[in-house]
Design a protein around this ligand. Structure first.
Ligand code: ZN
Length: 504
């Protein structure tokens, strides 16, 4: 095997003028249904003792008959609609034949010639600010396989996962960089979570993706030709997908530049060494000998059913993003951040509802959520999982109340940040914290005047220099008086009184 490529991104950059990277993505998403795809066993397999969530159907016993899970079909229709797909009036379950210990029937029930959803698209936003559509070739329903465990030289099989509903989403080869792949996956996960059809958990295997990667010269691209595809498996984070695509494309470019040919193979991703490694050779679709499953009738999907499912769709992230920008003047970058997780969008909307939509107020709320509140969430060690915002002790109405205290000059911005931290820790209302801790700005001119007198008495030389024209000393006096009032003097009142005392 060749040496590891040290800087794949640099290789891609160096050959950008000659090669285009072409990526298609196959994504498998476990559907969050109560029961499995074709039997009544619980679909929740994490943590259960091995082979306890099984029955004759998902164990593949002779004579056991599958029945399609209506909730899984509806979740697929829902996802298909959110992916802008055409929902097909007729879908057919087909057997995909292959032999592997974690597949007890010797075949997987899938959909082949007649998938449930076709021809959709997902809009992705790139860091350049541009957006782009990635077309969806098809999305269909199938069942998950069991799991092989390798213990002390033996292979053990756990079939709790066998038969869990799996949605397969296949894109067109519209992805042309590692960053576009990353943006696509992020967007897809956002959609799946908004719809509550999938947890989006790549680490737990609930969401898996296999990119197929090729490179072609721009001349080939102009003729509509493609390079040889390599599929990469075993990717368990979005970052791994991005790195694997960069690595694999760079590897192919180096082969072509050396006068070689890319082989059509499957590769795995070695996370520790950050490189792709050769796996078993690729099966072609003929090897699977697909044929319609005689145990399952074709799935008829009437228009009324699709309409009924469409009526249950929530407002989707793109629509929310546009509404925030158009109606509330939210900056594009904030609108994107706020809509990535449904829980964050809901928190934001509730806070805006409590605070009001006039004079830039929604943008102020956005600023506090994406700034201070996210900082507190990250500090708590919730990782990057901003869905935790729904579990924090701060309620959206309390954030609105905090911002009103700033508007009414009861507290200043720095104090507000401290109050937010206390709200985060205790769940108390901001007014209660301000009163309890004595944080309100001092508006009382007697108190401020006394502090000014003390400071001026302590610094007679500076007073003389100020009066002789050294006006920049005002900042020094402001700072001293602020300190004397523990930062709680109203700055405008303080400044006015201080200038009066110094000049008068
Ligand atoms: Zn079962």
């Amino acid at each position: 095997m060749t040496d590891r490529i040290r800087d794949p991104a640099a290789v891609l950059e160096a050959y950008r003028h000659r090669y285009q990277v072409v990526v298609g993505m196959e994504v498998h998403a476990q559907l969050l249904t109560q029961s499995k795809m074709f039997c009544g066993c619980p679909a929740d397999y994490q943590g259960a003792p091995p082979n306890t969530h099984t029955c004759p159907v998902c164990l593949g016993m002779p004579g056991a008959l599958p029945v399609a899970n209506r909730a899984a079909v509806e979740a697929t229709i829902k996802t298909g609609l959110a992916l802008n797909c055409q929902i097909q009036p007729l879908a057919v379950f087909a057997r995909k034949n292959y032999h592997y210990p974690d597949l007890p029937k010797g075949y997987q029930i899938s959909q082949y010639e007649y998938p449930l959803c076709r021809d959709g698209w997902v809009e992705i936003e790139l860091d350049t600010g541009e957006s782009k559509r990635i077309r969806i070739h098809r999305a269909h329903l199938e069942e998950d396989t069991g799991k092989n465990l390798h213990v002390d030289g033996h292979t053990l099989v756990d079939l709790n996962r066998a038969g869990v509903p799996l949605l397969e989403i296949v894109t067109e080869a519209d992805i042309h960089s590692p960053d576009e792949a990353y943006a696509f996956l992020t967007k897809l996960r956002t959609l799946l979570r908004y719809l509550e059809v999938n947890s989006g958990d790549m680490e737990k295997g609930a969401l898996r993706c296999e990119p197929n990667i090729s490179v072609r010269t721009w001349e080939q691209a102009a003729r509509g030709e493609f390079g040889t595809k390599v599929e990469v498996k075993n990717l368990n984070s979005f970052r791994a997908v991005r790195n694997a695509i960069a690595y694999e494309a760079a590897r192919q470019i180096q082969i072509l530049e050396a006068g070689g040919a890319v082989e059509q193979v499957n590769m795995g991703w070695d996370e520790a060494r950050q490189r792709t490694v050769l796996q078993r050779t690729k099966e072609t679709s003929e090897d699977y000998r697909y044929f319609p499953d005689p145990d399952l009738p074709p799935l008829e999907v009437r228009r009324e059913w699709v309409d009924a499912v469409a009526a249950t769709l929530p407002e989707l992230p793109d629509a929310k993003r546009r509404r925030y920008q158009a109606e509330w003047g939210i900056r594009a970058v904030d609108a994107r951040t706020l809509t990535e997780e449904r829980q964050v969008a809901e928190f934001f909307e509730a806070a805006v509802a409590a605070y009001g939509t006039q004079e830039g107020r929604p943008q102020r709320v956005a600023h506090w959520i994406t700034g201070e509140l996210f900082r507190l969430l990250y500090a708590e060690g919730t990782g990057q999982d901003l869905r935790q915002i729904a579990e924090t002790k701060i309620r959206p109405e309390q954030l609105a109340a905090l911002l009103r205290l700033v508007d009414e000059k009861v507290i200043n911005l720095n104090t507000a940040k401290k109050v937010l931290e206390a709200m985060y820790a205790t769940g108390d209302a901001p007014q209660a914290i301000v009163e309890r801790e004595g944080l309100a700005l001092v508006q009382d001119t007697d108190v401020i005047d006394r502090a000014i007198q003390e400071v001026l008495a302590r610094h007679p030389e500076e007073v003389v220099r100020y009066r002789a024209g050294e006006e920049k000393l005002l900042g020094f006096f402001m700072g001293q008086v602020m300190r004397a009032t523990r930062g709680q003097a109203d700055p405008q009142t303080l400044r006015r009184r201080l200038v009066e005392k110094l000049t008068g």
